[in-house]
Design a protein around this ligand. Sequence first.
Ligand code: NAG
Length: 239
Amino acid sequence: MAYEQWKESSEAGDECPLLPTSDLSKQSDSRRPKKDTSRRLIIGCMILLLVFLSVTNATTAIYLTRAMQDQWHQTYTSLESIEEYWTIFQTMTEFSSPDPAIVDAAWQQYVINGFVTLPNSWAEDRHWPAARSMPGNPSQGIYVVDGFHQLHCLMSIRDTVSTLIDGSHVHNRTHTMRHLNHCYDALRQAIICRADDTPLYVPKDTFWSGDGQQRRCRDWKALEDWVIRHTACQDPVGC
Ligand SMILES: *[C@@H]1O[C@H](CO)[C@@H](O)[C@H](O)[C@H]1NC(C)=O
């Protein structure tokens, strides 16, 4: 179909006076064809110019759009694309074990604090707010990678609840409440922002939604490695 159209227009183009045809040269009146020929020549050239400009304009627009998209894709971190992989979500893991020794050991694996240092120019390119400077290096700013911030909040909530369940009191109620309220909201905003659209199946015989279901995930280990390479601390585990 496309070829047919091209062929038709190409055949129509054969009649274009840009390429004088035998039909035109056959015409006996010597004045009018000349005038017609030059007018057609000008119109033909203008059409060609128009087509040329449209093509270059479209090419430029596509190139600019791609460049802008690339820029925005880089805004999580300078990792342009963290590897993704398939994994299986499970309702019961060591992180939800009823055995305190197992469950505490599991959560204690997450020790990287997520504070990194990045060049100010990197942030400027992305129109990010200027960050607190690294001590002794004003060209570098301090950032905390949000996944680590979110995990820290989740673990803080868990610690507080554990303390209260064990019958202990929190040391400073005002401070604890302020931190908890911040953490609830930070996690709420992260969840709403992602708007995860995975439909978790509800099993026939339990309510363990999504148990054993395949999920596509970004590679947390790759992000940890990146954070360690850019750490703002002498020791990425604790500043
Ligand atoms: C409790 O925390 C609040 C808020 O962080 C702080 O202003 C206050 O000084 C703290 N009180 C004590 C006794 O540490």
